[in-house]
Design a protein around this ligand. Structure first.
Ligand code: AHM
Ligand code: MG
Length: 335
């Protein structure tokens, strides 16, 4: 029987053999994975666990919070606050940062997350997930501040997501390619399925919410219009479309078989750069995609180079198969 490599062993090897991660970061990632297992269990129980439906509250972005948004947020906070590896956390579901309480030792890392991405899919039993990003606190000697989180994505030291779908799958990078693990429910551990995930450079599949078409900018309209013309159009090939409305599930499909994902700026709220959040959605996904040989831009700039100015800042997102992302990006500069 083929040797099974657990997440724990993979991380120990990353630390010991490859020297990619210090032990504190390894522990942090183990704790995040453990929290994802708990969230996966809650998701699986669904109505039987009383976890479906609205929590009757709104987050800082004015979105209605689902019970599972709050549960997942609490699971991640409780799992991570006492281990001594973190200084603070930030989440889509919390207005400000969560500083590790004084009763626990403070570490040097910052953890950012979207605890339950794809919230609109929770109650209809469609794939959802957790997205996370790890940064280092810039100055080790003073107390942590919100501005410490405002680092470009290129500073991330680890990033990943966990999809709660037909399988629970964790996808991770520490800057040395992308590895994928599936949760073995009987054993209670994540098992390595594939190392060095590669996204094909070309694709015939795009993911975008087509109902927003009338609000898009010209470059995005042009790209999608050319895809829709299929074999008879300038691209000379037919395209397929998928939109799950869970970024985590759409990105996972792209990790597996390629494609381009877009949530671009649009005219509905011209002052907002887009719908998705830079620090805990676009940056971790952008880095994972780049680590798998793909590309991620906001149409004008590499996402990982965007200098954040706010914790919950939004950004236009175009990511996935390299050649397609470059094409959409070139249409922006052609204007
Ligand atoms: P969420 O983090 O509140 O779930 O919102 C982000 C989600 C993404 O996962 C997904 O790509 C997008 O919102 C879907 O938006 P829409 O409903 O406009 O298609
Ligand atoms: Mg989200």
């Amino acid at each position: 029987m083929a040797k099974r490599i657990s997440l724990t062993r993979y991380l120990v090897e990353q630390q010991r053999v490859a020297g990619h991660i210090p032990s504190e970061l390894r522990l942090l990632l183990e704790v995040v994975a453990r929290a994802c297992k708990s969230i996966s269990q809650a998701v699986n129980k669904g109505a039987l666990g009383g976890v479906l439906g609205s929590a009757g509250s709104e987050n800082v972005q004015g979105e209605v919070q689902k019970k599972l948004d709050i549960i997942a947020n609490e699971v991640l906070i409780e799992a991570n606050e006492w281990g001594g590896h973190l200084a603070a956390m930030a989440s889509e579901e919390m207005d400000g940062i969560y500083v590790v309480p004084n009763r626990y030792p403070q570490g040097e890392y910052l953890l950012l997350f979207d605890p339950l991405d794809g919230s609109s899919n929770i109650d209809v039993n469609v794939s959802i997930g957790t997205i996370f990003s790890v940064l280092k606190k810039p100055d080790g000697d003073r107390g942590v501040e919100e501005s410490d989180f405002l680092q470009p994505g290129s500073h991330q030291v680890a990033a990943g997501y966990c999809v709660y779908g037909p399988q629970t799958t964790l996808v991770l990078t520490v800057g040395d390619g992308v590895a994928m693990f599936t949760l073995d429910r009987e054993q209670g551990s994540f098992v390595l399925i594939q190392e060095n995930l590669r996204i094909p450079e070309d694709t015939k599949e795009f993911a975008i919410n087509m109902s927003n078409m009338r609000h898009w900018d010209e470059p995005v309209k042009r790209y999608i219009d050319e895809c829709l013309q299929g074999k008879e159009g300038p691209r000379g090939k037919d395209f397929n479309m998928r939109w799950i409305a869970s970024m985590v599930a759409d990105v996972h499909r792209i990790m597996m078989r390629g494609g381009v994902f877009m949530y671009p700026w649009d005219k509905r709220e011209p002052n907002k750069p887009g719908k998705l959040r830079l620090l805990y959605e676009a940056n971790p996904m952008g880095w994972l995609v780049e680590q798998a040989g793909g590309a991620a831009t906001n149409g004008r700039q590499r996402i990982l180079d965007v200098q954040p100015t706010q914790l919950h800042e939004r950004v236009s997102v175009i990511l996935g198969s390299k050649n397609e992302v470059e094409r959409v990006t070139s249409y922006h500069s052609a204007l």
